[in-house]
Design a protein around this ligand. Structure first.
Ligand SMILES: [Zn+2]
Length: 127
C-alpha cells in the first residue's frame, strides 16, 4: 500500500473510533501514524497494532495564537503523548494547564467536529 491509502485507512479507523498503528516486523518499532517504511530500519513489512488509547504525557505546549476556526477554544493545549503500547503522537488535550504535568496519564477521545473525527486526549478518568 502507498502512503496515501495508508493515511486514508488511518482516517477510516478514526471514524470508527479506533486508533490503529503499525509495528515493524523487523525491529519492533511502533508507529502511530501510517508510513510505508519503518522510520528506524527502513523495512516495509508491518503488523497492525490496536492502541488502547491510554498514554503518558511527555511534554505539552499552550498555543495562544490559533487558527480562526479554533478561536473559541483558545488557548489550545497540544501534548506529545507516549502510548501504552509504544509510539508517540501529538494531539490536542482536553485539559487546562493546571490539570497537566509531565508523566500525567491520559486517554484518547474521539471528538466529532463538522463531520470529521478529531483525536484528542484527556486526563485519565477525567471528564
Ligand atoms: Zn523497523
Amino acid at each position: 500500500m502507498n502512503d496515501k491509502s495508508l493515511i486514508q485507512e488511518f482516517k477510516e479507523n478514526l471514524k470508527k473510533r479506533k486508533l490503529i498503528g503499525t509495528k515493524c516486523r523487523t525491529c519492533g518499532s511502533i508507529g502511530v501514524y501510517p508510513n510505508s517504511q519503518c522510520r528506524k530500519c527502513g523495512n516495509a513489512s508491518f503488523e497492525k497494532v490496536k492502541f488502547s488509547g491510554k498514554g503518558t504525557l511527555i511534554t505539552y505546549t499552550i498555543l495562544h495564537a490559533v487558527p480562526l476556526r479554533f478561536k473559541e477554544n483558545a488557548p489550545l493545549v497540544i501534548g506529545l503523548v507516549e502510548l501504552e503500547e509504544g509510539g508517540r503522537i501529538s494531539a490536542q488535550l482536553n485539559a487546562s494547564q493546571d490539570e497537566l504535568s509531565v508523566g500525567k496519564k491520559l486517554e484518547a477521545i474521539f471528538q466529532e467536529i463538522d463531520g470529521r473525527i478529531l483525536l484528542k486526549f484527556k486526563p485519565l478518568g477525567g471528564i
